[in-house]
Design a protein around this ligand. Structure first.
Ligand code: ACO
Length: 379
């Protein structure tokens, strides 16, 4: 009897869809959105333009960008009833649970929540993308005892979020830093949360369900939740001198160092390269250089110890320091990833809907056969 073929655990290496959005070469450390290197976009573009690019597979003209930006801003606000609900939530709720729940709840305020022809799905995706920052910022305000705030539609996506969070407009440096973070997190192939969104929409379910599921996937510590793990780790290391023993102890115990390793990248994640530059600059501007130095020391030790195994910093490693310097609380780090990635999830949903086939893989049964049914009082 021939042995059954091995199943690639975690579907590693399995091509499960086609996309025109992002290209990744994990060996060379290349990430492109619609063929444009990520470094070009983070240096020259803004988040709104990147979303247009991902959804339309081309850069917008000036007029197109203006009109897309306007459309996004026109959708910033959330229904009053939903805002009220946010202020009724338990203050100790976790922001990722809040975001997931509120995206699901948004469906209840949509008169036609199930419409998933490509045009309707795009409209809903845009509305969710525009309103997610309002949800996260207002929940944070609620738990701090601050009053609700409405978005400022004279501000771009990044500036508006920081404005709602802090009640004042961000400095141009902070706005730009946050905008770059949004660009870098927008899309990344068929990662777990994107796959989740595609799988859900492939049943011809609805946009709200698909994005709710994707948020649930992202929060796992092996996925987007790792950026919070990085910050927790940095907080546990008392000084630069303590980094060496901390990392070596963890590696000896076979513990994972959060923010390192990637299923696809076997060299440095190109997003980490950009984020490192950003983290260095922001740390210097905000008096957080010791934190940045701890990070580079961890990277140095990891390179020496496990670099040869292809374990290098991923997107979450330096985003942790960056978000900390922007002034974000630890449990807002993963929601920041989600605010941006809604754009990628949505683009993939639109691709899936345009050429849909239900995802339905098979499973290999490895249990027994022809077992007797034993009555309950004889077991
Ligand atoms: N720290 C220490 N060792 C590691 C790490 C790490 N962060 N990541 C992988 N390794 C080691 C494993 O122990 C294993 O070693 P072994 O072969 O000696 O047993 C080897 O590298 C391969 O690890 P796998 O788990 O098989 O690699 P996989 O591709 O499944 O894992 C993952 C990728 C889950 C991201 C992993 O690297 C990890 O857990 N990293 C930490 C969490 C993290 O940062 N996640 C964010 C990823 S980026 C994103 O989702 C946005």
């Amino acid at each position: 009897m021939t042995a059954a073929p091995a199943i690639p655990k975690g579907l590693e290496g399995v091509v499960a869809a086609e996309t025109e959005m992002s290209f990744i070469d994990g060996q060379k450390g290349i990430l492109e959105y619609v063929g444009i290197p990520i470094g070009e976009l983070s240096a020259n573009s803004n988040f709104e333009e990147v979303v247009f690019l991902l959804w339309n597979k081309r850069l917008p003209t000036k007029n197109e960008l203006e009109s897309f930006t306007r459309e996004l801003r026109n959708n910033y606000d959330i229904p009053g009833a939903l805002l009220k609900r946010i202020f009724e939530l338990p203050k100790d709720a976790q922001p990722m649970h809040v975001l997931r729940t509120m995206i699901s709840l948004l469906a209840l305020y949509d008169p036609n929540p199930n419409a998933n022809d490509v045009a309707s799905a795009r409209e809903k995706a845009l509305r969710i993308l525009a309103s997610a920052p309002v949800i996260v910022a207002n929940f944070d305000r609620h738990r701090r005892g601050e009053a609700p705030i409405h978005p400022d539609d004279s501000l771009g996506f990044a500036a508006n979020f920081l404005y709602m969070l802090n009640g004042e407009r961000p400095t141009p440096t902070m706005e730009r830093a946050f905008d770059v973070c949004m660009i870098l997190h927008a899309d990344h192939g068929l990662n777990n949360s994107t796959f989740t969104a595609r799988v859900i929409i492939s049943t011809l379910s609805d946009v709200y369900s698909a994005l709710t599921g994707a948020v649930g996937s992202l929060r796992g510590p092996l996925h987007g939740g790792a950026n919070e793990g990085v910050m927790e780790m940095l907080g546990k290391i008392p000084s630069l001198d303590a980094v060496e023993s901390f990392v070596m102890d963890k590696l000896a115990k076979k513990d994972r160092i959060m923010g390192f390793g990637h299923r696809v990248y076997k060299t440095t994640d190109p997003r980490a390269t950009d984020l490192q530059k950003l983290a260095k600059q922001l740390a210097a501007d905000t008096g957080n250089t010791p934190l940045y130095e701890k990070s580079t020391k961890i990277e140095e030790i990891m390179e020496r110890e496990v670099g040869a195994k292809g374990i290098h910093p991923n997107v979450d490693f330096y985003s942790a320091t960056t978000y900390h310097c922007i002034g974000l609380k630890l449990d807002l780090f993963t929601p920041m990833f989600a605010l941006s990635r809604i754009s990628g999830w949505s683009g993939h949903m639109l691709e899936q809907l345009a050429d849909n086939r239900l995802y339905r893989p098979t499973v290999r049964y490895v249990g027994p056969h022809n077992q007797p049914y034993t009555p309950i009082d004889q077991r």
